[in-house]
Design a protein around this ligand. Structure first.
Ligand SMILES: NC(=O)c1ccc[n+]([C@@H]2O[C@H](COP(=O)([O-])OP(=O)(O)OC[C@H]3O[C@@H](n4cnc5c(N)ncnc54)[C@H](OP(=O)(O)O)[C@@H]3O)[C@@H](O)[C@H]2O)c1
Length: 244
């Protein structure tokens, strides 16, 4: 009998991360649902998974703090003895301004904090994932569309996609795949907070005539995490409803 796979989803308590956690659990994966401040939301996701017969636990950690990122991976290993799937989903809060107007603090908050925590997390995943593991980085279509005021946020995501391409080569001998899912607009709290107009206006620009739902993203993540995704690695998979 093959061992039950273990996944860690950062920011698994809400939005895209919660849908990915639910879908992975439905695929018989035990899910560690990481959250930052909203314990209630994380518990709700875990309860839903358990009610559906799946396995999940909530674990608090601020992914902006490298020590907490390492402790998060330690907790997963201490509790389950292994890690098979790492979904780098959470972002620390992003700022949005033109490059000309961005103060140093925006660089530190949006680029430095996120890129460093991503590096620390990807390093832990690369060191600890079992053979045939999966690394999935949640990126954004802003790496393709070059939208004013999204420069720092886009640069963070571009850095993540590049690290993923390199990781695919560094970890491939163990059967570990590493991919980015390049998401277009998905209905969520962070989508509502960003500049750039109402969802309806953006929906009209997509061939499918709508913005995405968290489940649209989750299905792509779950596919890459599954055995069926084993031959895809080092890729930035466009999942933007055809927007780019
Ligand atoms: N929504 C979109 O249109 C869109 C498009 C492209 C890419 N993305 C990317 O998708 C990812 C998820 O976005 P979302 O829209 O699903 O966001 P969301 O609905 O706002 O949810 C954010 C999640 O991240 C967690 N989080 C926030 N800061 C954290 C921190 N410092 N440490 C640990 N967890 C933290 C939150 O935890 P709490 O519940 O505890 O606050 C929550 O679970 C992000 O990387 C985002 O850049 C989103």
């Amino acid at each position: 009998m093959t061992a039950r796979r273990i996944a860690l989803v950062t920011g698994g308590s809400r939005g895209i991360g919660s849908a990915a956690s639910r879908q992975l659990a439905a695929d018989d994966v035990t899910v560690v649902v990481n959250y930052h401040t909203n314990a209630e939301a994380a518990q709700k996701v875990v309860d839903e998974i358990r009610e559906g017969g799946g396995e999940a636990v909530p674990v608090q950690a601020d992914i902006g703090d490298p020590a907490q990122v390492r402790a998060l991976f330690d907790t997963v290993e201490d509790r389950f003895g292994a890690l098979d799937i790492y979904v780098n989903n959470a972002n620390t809060a992003a700022t949005f301004s033109t490059i000309a107007d961005a103060p140093d603090e925006h660089f530190e908050q949006t680029f430095l904090t996120n890129t460093r925590s991503m590096f620390v997390a990807l390093r832990e995943a690369a060191r600890r994932l079992r053979c045939d593991g999966r690394i999935i980085f949640v990126s954004s279509g802003v790496t393709k569309m070059h939208i004013p005021k999204f420069g720092l946020y886009a640069a963070t995501k571009a850095a993540g996609e590049q690290m993923i391409r390199t990781l695919a080569h560094e970890c491939g001998a163990r059967g570990v795949t590493a991919n980015s899912v390049v998401l277009g607009p998905i209905r969520s709290a962070s989508f509502d907070d960003r500049p750039g107009g109402a969802a309806e206006g953006i929906a009209q620009q997509t061939p499918l005539g709508r913005i995405g739902e968290p489940e649209d993203a989750a299905d792509v993540i779950a596919f890459l995490a599954s055995d069926a995704g084993r031959w895809i690695t080092g890729q930035s998979i466009n999942a933007g409803g055809g927007l780019y």
